[in-house]
Write a protein that binds this ligand. Sequence first.
Ligand code: N01
Length: 475
Amino acid sequence: MGAGFGGLCMAAELKRAGIDSFTIFEKEGDVGGIWRDNTYPGCGCDVPSHLYSFSFEKYRDVALRYPEQREILAYLQHVTDSYDLRGHLRTGAGIASADYSESTGRWVVRTTSGETHIFDIVISAVGQLHRPKLPDIPGRDDFKGESFHTAKWNHDYDLSGRDVAVIGTGSSGAQLLSHVARVARRVDVYQRTPNWVVPKPRTEFGPVTRWAFTRLPFTQNIYRALNYLAADLALSPIIARGWSARPAEWVARRHLRKQIRDPLLRAKLTPDYPIGCKRILIDNTFYPTLNRANVELVTDGISRITPTGIVTADGEHRDVDAVIYATGFRTTEFLVPMRVRGRGGVSLDERWADGAEAYLGMALPEFPNLFFVHGPNTILGHNSNIFMIECQVRYVLSCLRLLPGGGLLEVRPEAMRDYQRWLEKAISRTVWPTGCQSWYKTASGRVTNPWPASTMRYRKLTRRDPADAFRVLTP
Ligand code: N01
């Protein structure tokens, strides 16, 4: 389910393993996942392109360090074609439900258009950042101007010469701001919580690197490995206030000081929570854009939206022509709106009512032969998510090898319990539970989305023999 990075990786690896009997269901019209949906101006990735690609299909660029949305989407289309996946793809086919049948030991999968399919194994790869979240602000629906979410950009609406409100200053809001401010007459940027922002290294490679990448292609592999190691060894300790947290905060403060001269504006942009608690922004354009004469950072809370603009807590009404919601995604709902039922009719919604959890983020007792790619506690803010996806896909393939002639595989409750205990302890050592509010956790404060350790740790855990944690059932 899903034809983003996760689903395509799974499909390509199935092909590479000689398995051809699979279908990829995609609710939209093409592959690409979030990189198909997010087309806002400035959309790109702050993970270097060499690292933000599959190890079996390395992305090569001798000019640019960071890929833009269009390049990533083209890369995913290239993977789809190179691994001959189009024939397996069913587009416009959202999944409404997946029910385990006790009598057949198979899964009954229904699409939103009412088709029914039967499968031995179901793998969900729907991602965590695909359902836009619009804020619950009174009067939102009364606004008479143009409004849209960053993941549903209206390219038919010309922002030139308009007065625009941008609500939200996360990765998306920060990336698009300079592009909007360049054409709009005025931009009000509504910030609820400031983010830690560190400088982005130079986008273009220098002449020596270009020469090496062109003449000695193996140097691209070295560069990829160095990026991976740097992220894991230097960035991942930040989340648990390890050795690099203070230096990272120092770099971010210096970046802010250098780019924002006005002390009042600087104060508004200074976070009061530990770095790494929310996703760190890697950006060079957000702060300078706030210095522009046509941009105002508004930090008073929004009390309501009127037909013509936005009213803040201090009572000020700012008229605008358009409102851009850079307000993030419904991250903790995972497989919603799908209805999934396992053995004995147990519902995934009920199992996850207090927050999603899964063994290594991939499997649950009572849900035989159901796997998740990018499931609970597997997303990263400090390294390439593609690495995590590959670990999961490799592990799922190892699971499938335990069923050479078919059959059912289910994670043992003891393995799930031990893993969850370890996970919660690891999370409790991070800054996430108490440091701030973020999309990493549920309304009740349970951290359900990010991985709380190094990616090397995840690699080690997913290299173990799944036979240690799973049992084979007879239907
Ligand atoms: O969403 P977000 P995003 N009133 O949830 C604010 C990835 N990504 O789309 O912080 C006012 O981060 C909210 O405020 P607060 C990346 O993993 C990667 O920007 O909750 N404001 C916040 O400022 C990223 O983390 C790239 O107080 C409201 C913002 O909206 C993830 O996607 C590029 C509000 C939401 O920020 C999501 O990023 C882009 C309200 N009622 C995205 N409600 C790369 O480069 C929410 N906000 C890889």
